[in-house]
Design a protein around this ligand. Structure first.
Ligand code: IFM
Length: 470
């Protein structure tokens, strides 16, 4: 409540739940699907904790009807999911696999029948392995393969889907897949690979937007970068400088080309110092990337607090947590963390949204992901009492409402995630769901946070956290 009145959200606001294909579907051999880079990676010994793979995951590919009922039972009006590219083009190119295409068509219809808007992501990291064998995202040709796949999806579903996202979290794809070796395809310390892949992902986004317009599909399209507002760990000039520099690496490297048609000069120069020439950027590429989009998806998890680290490579900075620093730029107290150690900073979401509005021409924004790891499992009575997630949701939605009051054009919020799922390198150890999944029986149990979120969606207003689940 502010001043005694409920925090209402605009009429038609989308209350969504988010997932991605490899994290929930399982059924990796069904209906002609062939491996993606994540099948290869998760089956490589030592890559994923506990030897976990997405082979079964939540078995959503088979249980999708039950899951659509579950989504509808939560009373939300949006569901964000991704299409598995290797189900549509198992080898990354013709022949098309009709069974895969039909699967998502049925899913879309079932959602719409229940009044749930599909929010469709085209690329959430499951590149067909056959394309990786030809160089993957490092190979410019992959952009054209992506465009063919995107065209097929626009043709098949464009009459029904009104919310499209091209690429999910391009920064994470490069950072973890090429620099840290923690995600597929698993390269390490390859800065040239990272920045080449960033460019090709952005190009794939721009080309897909062009094809979307040409297809005549209704609805709108955008992309879903994960953005983190940056703050210096101290008032020192050095910390302030690296704060801006890292912002160039994480945020501006993706927003500037899409919204301004340029790469940020400061980060361009830093890349040149590390990798030499960025000659894979060709004339006309930036114009291609700079397509008008209809909305911006933002995945928000936390801020980055930055400290200068002059000897560190490739970048002379470190991300620190507030407890590690004595004086913090503007911070006095500690910051709580999720069970994954992620600092919980809802107010930084407001800062981020206001900044994007101010710097990038006020695009309509959908929060396409936001969520937290908490382990709570069903108690003896079967109930999952995850009060901390209830508090997390409440505080982030209050921050969102703050941004709305400051004039940020917000159109929706998708919580990550609908249900516990395969958390990439961390396997099944980290639970993000509003619905608990028992990985032995695959039984789904709506957590207290799920029922709390349902109350919010029903009211189209923030419900006090103390009110708890329905
Ligand atoms: O599970 C991931 C998702 O695939 C992409 N964004 C972050 C989530 C939580 O780590």
């Amino acid at each position: 409540m502010t001043g005694g009145s409920p925090m209402k959200f605009p009429e038609g606001f989308l209350w969504g739940l988010a997932t991605s294909a490899y994290q929930i579907e399982g059924a990796v051999d069904a209906d002609g699907r062939r491996p993606s880079i994540w099948d290869t990676y998760s089956h490589t010994p030592g890559k994923v904790d506990n030897g976990d793979t997405g082979d079964v995951a939540c078995d959503h590919y088979r249980r999708w009807r039950e899951d659509v009922d579950l989504i509808a039972s939560l009373g939300v009006n949006a569901y964000r999911f991704s299409i598995a590219w290797p189900r549509i083009y198992p080898t990354g190119r013709e022949p098309l696999e009709r069974r895969g295409l039909d699967h998502y068509s049925r899913l879309i219809d079932a959602l719409l029948e229940r009044g749930v808007e599909p929010v469709v992501t085209l690329y959430h990291w499951d590149l067909p392995q056959a394309l990786e064998d030809e160089g993957g995202w490092r190979n410019r040709d992959t952009v054209e393969r992506f465009v063919e796949y995107a065209q097929t999806c626009f043709d098949a579903y464009g009459d029904r889907v009104r919310w499209w996202l091209t690429i999910n979290e391009p920064w994470i794809i490069g950072l973890l897949g090429y620099l840290h070796g923690l995600h597929a395809p698993g390269y390490k310390n390859d800065v040239l690979g990272e920045v080449t892949v960033f460019h090709h992902l952005l190009l794939a986004h721009g080309r897909a937007v062009q094809e979307f317009r040409a297809s005549g599909a209704g609805g709108g399209i955008g992309f879903a970068p994960n953005l983190s507002p940056h703050y210096p760990a101290s008032d020192s000039d050095a910390d302030r400088e690296v704060t801006w520099a890292s912002d160039g690496y994480v945020n501006r490297w993706f927003l500037d080309p899409v919204y301004r048609g340029t790469y940020p000069q400061d980060q361009w120069e830093r890349y040149e110092q590390v990798v030499g020439s960025l000659d894979f950027v060709r004339d006309g590429d930036l114009a291609t990337i700079h397509q008008p989009t209809d909305f911006l998806g933002i995945n928000y998890y936390s801020f980055r607090m930055m400290q200068a680290a002059p000897g560190d490579r490739p970048w002379p900075w470190r991300v620190v947590v507030p407890e590690d620093v004595e004086t913090t730029g503007g911070f006095t107290g500690g910051v709580a963390s999720t069970e994954a150690g992620t600092p919980i900073v809802p107010w930084a979401l407001t800062d981020l949204l206001v900044r994007v509005r101010n710097d990038y021409g006020a695009p309509p924004i959908m929060i396409t992901e936001n969520g937290a790891v908490y382990e709570e499992a069903p108690g003896p009575d079967g109930r999952v009492r995850d009060e901390r997630r209830v508090r997390f949701i409440h505080d982030h939605l209050a921050a969102l409402h703050d941004a709305l009051e400051q004039g940020v054009p917000l159109v929706g919020y998708c919580h990550w995630s609908l249900m516990d799922n395969f958390e990439w390198k961390l396997g099944y150890a980290q639970r993000f769901g509003l619905v608990h999944v028992d990985y032995e029986t695959l039984a789904r149990t709506v957590k207290d946070s799920g029922r709390y979120y349902a109350r919010i969606a029903a009211a189209n207003a923030l419900v006090p956290a103390e009110a708890g689940p329905a």
